[in-house]
Design a protein around this ligand. Sequence first.
Ligand code: DX5
Ligand code: ZN
Length: 213
Amino acid sequence: MRVAPSILSADFGNLAADVKAICEAGCDFVHVDVMDGHFVPNLTIGPVVVSAVAKAATKPLDIHLMVENNTFFVDLFAPLKPGYITFHIEEEKNPHRLVQYIRELGIKPGIVLNPHTPAEAVEYLLPDVEMVLVMSVNPGFGGQKFISGVVEKIKRLKLLRDRINPDCLIEIDGGVNDQNIQMLRDAGVDVCVAGSYVFNHDSYKTAIDSLKV
Ligand code: DX5
Ligand code: ZN
């Protein structure tokens, strides 16, 4: 299991120090939640702050867009050279075009599914994406309760992924901790996002290690 701590739960007064600390503690990606106050009822950070995060990080950024007008935000963040940019399928009329555009910018494209969106929604996009991110909470806030119904969806998604594009990573986001991580691994998850679990822990290294199942 690869681990992507969500900096939404970091100390924003000491953001660079927290980003360095999770990288030194052995995370695989730095998960950045971009919210626009329209697609979700919360507003987070833009390219000015994320460029400071990129400077502090020694691991690739995994930018999760929760926005209307995805292309506008891709253009804002692409110059920071993140490893991945993922966008919600619920908010994109032309997902193949946007996937292709992100790839042409030299960034790995990924699709995000809200908890109610079926695995089959990404079937025809799977050949073209590097990651599918399955939300296990409604997007917008850290610290919410895991929605257990998504485990069945991950199993179905894994079957599709194994058949269509075995290199595509399956990522989970929301309510992940040391209690549900093994079940998620068994269902087929490759990368877990964890915000409050990692940043509320006394030792980031202990927390991250406990998710590497
Ligand atoms: C929610 C975000 C998550 C969030 C996860 O909209 O996409 O990345 O920060 O936080 P936890 O791990 O606390 O549920
Ligand atoms: Zn996220």
